[in-house]
Write a new protein. Sequence first.
Length: 244
Amino acid sequence: MQERSYELSSGTIHIWTLPTTAADAVVAKFEQVLSSDEIEFALRLHFTHLRNSFVIRRGILRCLLSRYSNINPSDIQFNYSSKGKPSLSPADGLQFNMTHSGGIAAIALGAHCQIGIDLEKIRPLPEMQRIANRVFCSEEVTEIMSLPQGERMHAFFRCWTRKEAYVKAIGDGIFSPFNSFRVTVQDNVPARFVYLGGDATASSWMLHDLNLASDCAAALAYRDHQRSVSIFPVADPAEFLDTP
C-alpha cells in the first residue's frame, strides 16, 4: 500500500479500494452529485443495499475523478461505448475502470491507455469445472484441473479475473468470449497473456495480479509497456466528500 496521491503520470496506474457500505447520511450526500440518469437507475434497484452500493460507487467515482480532473463531481459527464463502457466526456486522456464484489469496490485509473480491473470474492462453486469447460480455453481448464483439489478454486478465480480485466479494458464485457484468448493460470507463474485473439498481440498488453483483500482474487490489464502500479489504502467513503 502506498501514500495517496492524485498526481497521475503517464508511467503509473492508481488503484483505489473502498467499502460499498456507508451511513445513510453519507449515501444521501453522494446522491446529490449523481446525474438524473444515475438516480433513476438506482431507484430501479429493488433492494436497499444494492441501491446504496450503487450510489456509493458512482458517487465516489465522481468525487475521485473530480480530484484528478479538477471538475466538480456533479459536472462530470460520461460517454458510453456501444457495449456500455463509460469514459470521461470530453476525453482528456484519463482512463478509468471500476469493479466490485463481496462488499469491496476497486477503481483503476491510468493516463492514455486502455485499462480494466476485476475483483471477485473467492467462494465455493459446485459447478466450477462445468463453468470452466464452457468459458475457458481447454489448456486453461487442463492446468486448473491438474492442480491439487485445494488449489483449484483459487486458480479458477485467478484465471477469471485476469480474463475479465482484459475484456473490460477493451470494452467488450460479456461480448468477448473468454476462450478467444489465453492467460497464465498457475500461482507460481507470473500473470501474462499467452495469446490474444483478433489483431491484438500479447506483448502489447500488461497483466497484473492485485492483492486487494485476503478472500478475493483481483487483476489489472492495460495496453502499454509495464507501468508502476500504486495501490492505496482502503478509503472511508465519507473521505471523498471532503474538499482535498
